[in-house]
Design a protein around this ligand. Structure first.
Ligand code: M6R
Length: 610
């Protein structure tokens, strides 16, 4: 993970870096740091914790410098303390470097450098790169960087400066994204881990490919390869001038993003369906209908919340389009041997489009000739750039580490995609009309939940006293329960395990007593009676039960201690009200427990290491 931001230009570079790092803070917030060159010497500032702590250490008045590199860290090698904060330096304090990624052979290189009397100050792998570049330096910074990069194994995005080169920044990338942008007047060059830090600017941007190096000198950018050969590149325009981040009066980004959902769900389907014709079309779908109509096997890969969306898509596509679907956790898929034929479609789901595990899984499938469709929120992300085609969520920026609106947009797009595929197969117009008409009613059902959050808040107060939770569901309510449990774990730091309710009697029932709370999702008509039986079994063993149930349910109030009533909808769409009510439940519990809701401990928004 980690965020890199570097600036060379006419404004105060350190101030620009601080602002850029704030926009990248969701990539990691264990520590932050900035380095620059002042009077031919490297200077730096570091602080453990968030950018705020770093900002407090800097007096901007004395620092009108043209160039700076900055970093916000998610710890991999070495704990989250100040000495491990980036930038890192060589022994002589000549080179300063910021890094995202993992150097796999750092230990061998470190031992080699120590044997040559290089002294190390941190526990990081990054410090090795700075020392290596310094050891290879003979007045040519580009050459010493190239030589050093050839010795590295692993993944990296780096930006570095050298005290003898006061007008230069070098950036390089291998298996880790890095974007370089400049404004039309060529008065500013910006290096960033991802385009989110470009907000408020209108830039010409290039994304470095593997083993490409950007040599920036006095605002001139040269892209070279490891042979020091200049590469011809076309920069693309990214206009992010009007993108602004605001909580819009909400206490947390998470709450704002939960409340965004009636509109973001709508944005995900608007212009993509004609409900009275039962038709779905995706703009710019670069996969031919003749290929799509022949698909007989789909592999969906993703992580975390996006994986829960994949599990829901699996059920929907298998049931509606009669196509075999497997939902693979991306970090596992890489090490499996998926069966890929000419009629296989691989789908990657990701909010950020930067998740390293998902990208790695996709790259492996691509190498084997699979066609890749990504369902992604961030346009211009690494994932969308390597896919054959992308469908964008259009949910807008999601700032809270805990994903909410991206999930409901993923479900919307995947629901449409299931109908789209089914129509290419055998789904009748009448069924498609019904499914699409019901989808259109979802935003107003969600609005109803959001209008009356006090009931959920009251239940959250009652259940915040528990330390252990089981989240139960069946059929589509099982991945819903998984997603709801993840929300609670992530932001409240409470233990929550999700099970298909029918599995309880095969082991987990042994854990039930009066200290355990069961959160039950019963909004699935097909499995409702069986769900009630499972809850009865838990109740008989003194569990406390809170159920999320639709208003037309019968009998649940006699079994559960508490019920949160939700609007009725068809089984295929019951995920929406249940999930959104559960997001609020987790939010209110976390608030009571006074956790850092938008930036929970140990986590980061974009997980860019494998
Ligand atoms: O950006 P992605 O959708 O690829 O991220 C995948 C997971 O890291 C992410 O969904 C994570 O589980 C969330 N923090 C959950 O709220």
């Amino acid at each position: 993970m980690c965020g890199i931001f570097a600036y060379l230009g006419s404004k105060s570079s350190i101030k620009e870096c601080l602002n850029g790092l704030k926009l990248l803070e969701y990539r990691g917030y264990d520590s932050a740091g900035i380095a620059a060159i002042k009077n031919n010497k490297l200077i730096h500032f570091k602080a453990s914790g968030k950018i705020e702590a770093l900002e407090k250490k800097i007096n901007l008045k004395d620092l009108k410098l043209d160039l700076a590199i900055g970093h916000t860290r998610w710890a991999t090698h070495g704990s989250a303390i100040e000495k491990n904060a980036h930038p890192h330096f060589d022994d002589k304090q000549n080179v300063a470097i910021v890094h995202n990624g993992i150097i796999e052979n750092y230990d061998i290189l470190k031992k080699l450098l120590i044997s040559k009397n290089y002294k190390f100050r941190s526990d990081t792998d990054t410090e090795v790169i700075a020392q290596l570049i310094s050891s290879n330096y003979k007045n040519d910074l580009v050459e010493s960087t190239i030589k050093s990069l050839k010795e590295l194994k692993g993944s990296f995005a780096i930006a570095l400066i050298h005290k003898n080169h006061p007008n230069e920044i070098i950036a390089a990338s291998r298996e880790s994204p890095l974007a370089i942008g400049f404004n039309d007047k060529k008065t500013e060059v910006i290096i960033s881990s991802d385009p989110n830090a470009f907000s408020g600017r209108n830039l010409n941007v290039i994304f470095l490919k593997n083993d490409e190096i950007a040599h920036i000198k006095n605002q001139e950018i040269r892209i070279i390869n490891l042979k020091n050969k200049t590469l011809k590149k076309t920069f693309e325009k990214i206009n992010a001038k009007n993108i602004k981040f605001s909580k819009k009066g909400f206490e947390h980004f998470m709450l704002k993003e939960i409340f965004d959902q009636p509109s973001t769900i709508q944005k995900a389907y608007l212009g993509r369906m004609t409900e009275n014709e039962g038709l779905v079309e995706f703009e710019d779908l670069k996969l031919s209908k003749s290929f799509l109509s022949k698909i007989d096997n789909i592999i969906i890969t993703a992580c975390g919340t996006s994986h829960h969306a994949a599990l829901i898509a699996k059920s929907l596509i298998e049931e509606k389009a009669n196509i075999l679907v497997s939902a693979e956790i991306a970090s596992e898929m890489r090490f499996k041997t998926p069966i890929l034929t000419k009629n296989t479609l691989v789908i990657a789901i990701s909010q950020s489009g930067e998740t390293a595990d998902t990208i790695a899984a996709i790259k492996t499938a691509k190498e084997k000739g699979a066609k890749i469709l990504s369902i992604v929120n961030v346009e211009n992300s690494s994932l969308s750039r390597i896919s054959d085609s992308s469908i964008f969520l259009k949910a807008g920026i999601e700032r809270s580490v805990c994903s909410t609106k991206a999930f409901s947009s993923q479900i919307t797009v995947l629901y449409l995609f299931a109908i789209f595929l089914s129509r290419l197969k055998s789904m009748q117009k009448k069924e498609a009309i019904l499914l699409l008409t019901e989808l259109k009613k979802i935003p107003s059902k969600v609005r109803k939940i959001l209008k009356n959050t006090s009931i959920i808040e009251e239940k959250a107060k009652k259940y915040s006293k528990f330390e252990n939770f089981f989240f139960l569901g069946r059929n589509l309510m099982y991945p819903t329960a998984m997603e709801a449990a993840l929300k609670l774990k992530e932001i409240s730091y409470l233990h929550a395990s999700a099970y298909p309710a029918g599995e309880m009697k095969h082991g987990p029932l042994a854990l039930i007593d009066s200290k355990l709370a069961i959160i039950a999702f019963s909004s699935n008509k097909k499995t409702y009676d069986k769900m009630l039986s499972s809850l009865m079994e838990a109740r008989a063993r003194n569990a406390k039960i809170l159920a999320f149930a639709t208003k037309n349910s019968y009998g649940i109030e006699d079994i559960a201690d508490d019920v949160i009533w939700l609007d009725n909808t068809i089984d295929e769409l019951s995920i929406f009200p249940s999930t959104i009510a559960a997001q609020l439940f987790a939010y209110f519990i976390a608030k009571i427990r006074k956790t850092d809701i938008d930036q929970p401990r140990n986590l980061a928004k974009s997980v860019t290491v494998e």
